[in-house]
Design a protein around this ligand. Sequence first.
Ligand SMILES: Cc1cc2nc3c(=O)[nH]c(=O)nc-3n(C[C@H](O)[C@H](O)[C@H](O)COP(=O)(O)OP(=O)(O)OC[C@H]3O[C@@H](n4cnc5c(N)ncnc54)[C@H](O)[C@@H]3O)c2cc1C
Length: 404
Amino acid sequence: MDVAYGAEDEAFRQELTDWLDEHLPPFLEAWSDEDEDGGTSTRDGLLAHMERRRAWQRELATGRWAAIGWPAEWGGREATVTQNVIYSETMARYRTPGIYNANGLWQIGPMIIRWGTDEQKQRWVPNIHDAVDHWCQGFSEPEAGSDLANLRTLAVRDGDHYVLDGQKTWCSSAQLARWGLFLVRTDPAAIAEGRKHDGITALIVDLHTPGITVRPIRDLTGDETFCDVFFDGARIPVADRLGGDGEGWLVAMGTLGSERVGTAGLAIGMRSDLDAMVSLARSVNPAALDDPDLRARIADAHTRIEYTKLLNYRALSKILRNERNWPEVPLAKLQWSYLAQTLAELAVDLLGPSALAAKGSDHAVDGGAWNRLYVFQRYTSIGAGTTEVQKNIIADKALKMPRR
Ligand SMILES: Cc1cc2nc3c(=O)[nH]c(=O)nc-3n(C[C@H](O)[C@H](O)[C@H](O)COP(=O)(O)OP(=O)(O)OC[C@H]3O[C@@H](n4cnc5c(N)ncnc54)[C@H](O)[C@@H]3O)c2cc1C
């Protein structure tokens, strides 16, 4: 494993840190953390919460730091894999605010650049880059999650339009979105004929189209962060199709592949979280730091975070050598979800009973943030590929275990 960075990469890091040193402090002064704490249990709360993120994404966009992997003509820097790692590590180290539209910047934008016509690019790429509208991703359905190719939302061609009927689910922040990239079934015979990856088409959908209903789902934190989306005869222009008719699986695999790029700095972010919770415990529940069991858990978490960092570096050096990065990528996903949940559990034990008090309680620590995190981190073993599916991949591709 070679973890040394070259001179060009160090120059990239320097340019980024110089920019952050200049732009982040005034931003944090203008937008306090509380601006992001609007509460996401209502649409208004979620909108308020997102305005700070929109402002930060726009600030990044002015410095060409919003979408570094994109081509220069669309505001990017054509960053290499190594530069992407440096970027996510640096952003984690600086604990920068969240961005407005990760789905748009990391997945949908790159796919429009890859698959879109010139007209589609002109119409939508700047919109995503500059955080003009919010975008969502509509892939999952009640019967199509891990087995995504089982999707059945029907799109029937009628002249210059597709007519859509069916249901999508778990669409993150769709209640805020004007646009979404949706996968629909244009060849319904394909499933019965055992070729379910065929006959899927990718459409860019204007969520204000008549015949579309977006219904937020309240999750176990009490917030509404994702939605069901119902189609009832919605007419979507054929001109808004991304890629060819029936090419949706190819388009989708491209977007899911892009998801991994943003994860390299997670270990560094987790190290900052661990440091933050230990230092908070010193003031709100100092006795916890004398507990031998808790001390062992802190040391264990610290060790695993360092190990995860090395795992990410090993994946990176394999990618740079053009080798397959089995089993590092699925292992890193497993490690991330394990650590996210372990840290959230450790936090509430370290911070004492008040850490379990929710937002709104007089006793809540950090406005109930640790309570929310404790519940919310359950999602990490489902999103971006479930734990069981990652284990299947490791068994199949890395360990080459026999199939029954
Ligand atoms: C926070 C969050 C945000 C999301 N945002 C979006 C979004 O914006 N757009 C979108 O389209 N989707 C989104 N999703 C949905 C996500 O992609 C799905 O939840 C995921 O693909 C799993 O599908 P599922 O929920 O239908 O579970 P299922 O696939 O039904 O799985 C149920 C259980 O069965 C297990 N299982 C499934 N298949 C196998 C197998 N072959 N072997 C062993 N075990 C198996 C799973 O591990 C799981 O434990 C989001 C999910 C979360 C949690």
